[in-house]
Design a protein around this ligand. Structure first.
Ligand code: ADP
Length: 168
């Protein structure tokens, strides 16, 4: 049984994240999407909202489970009996910090392997923070978010997120 943990803030989950979840679910028997409780970050969505949105967005994938965690990722990984930590890579700029984290996690818990998956080309520029910024200024973000997330974003930022305002 191969189990992978896919950790992140997911504030909110985007189609870029979901693409990684779908592909990881084809490689591993189980994928645990692990939403990090990070006291240094001030998220737009609460932990419960983020978990709920991921559950809805990934409901079509049977071998995905969504959990939250605090503390060290390697401790969570060990407790879950997972052998792999999945991370997505977009640009070279992701690489340095991801590489550093992977090496540190390997030192802390050698039993787990970090597996990097390259982003889908359609989502190479996509980040949760970019989507939030565009939505906050009234831009359309419907191409980048799963429907359940788009609904929540519309509650926060208004119907412009659907692109209705630009419909002509
Ligand atoms: P973190 O706060 O840990 O960076 P994120 O929620 O921003 O958490 O991202 C979680 C993981 O998903 C990271 O490995 C990140 O590189 C990856 N990721 C984010 N956006 C994309 C995308 N558009 N395509 C592929 N991977 C992505």
């Amino acid at each position: 049984m191969t189990v992978a943990v896919y950790p992140g803030s997911f504030d909110p989950i985007t189609k870029g994240h979901l693409d990684i979840v779908e592909r990881a679910a084809q490689i591993f028997n189980e994928v645990i999407v692990a939403v990090a409780i990070n006291p240094n970050k001030k998220p737009l969505f609460t932990m419960d909202e983020r978990v709920e949105m991921i559950r809805m967005a990934s409901s079509h994938i049977p071998n995905v489970r969504v959990e939250s965690f605090s503390g060290l990722l390697v401790d969570f990984t060990r407790k879950q009996g997972a052998q792999a930590i999945v991370r997505g890579l977009r640009a070279v700029s992701d690489f340095e910090v991801e590489f550093q984290m992977a090496l540190m996690n390997k030192r802390l818990y050698p039993e787990a392997e970090t597996v990097f998956m390259a982003t889908h080309t359609d989502y190479a520029f996509l980040s949760s923070s970019m989507v939030k910024e565009v939505a906050s200024f009234g831009g359309e973000v419907s191409d980048y978010l799963p429907p359940a997330v788009l609904k929540k974003m519309a509650e926060k930022f208004g119907d412009t997120v659907w692109g209705k305002a630009s419909a002509r």
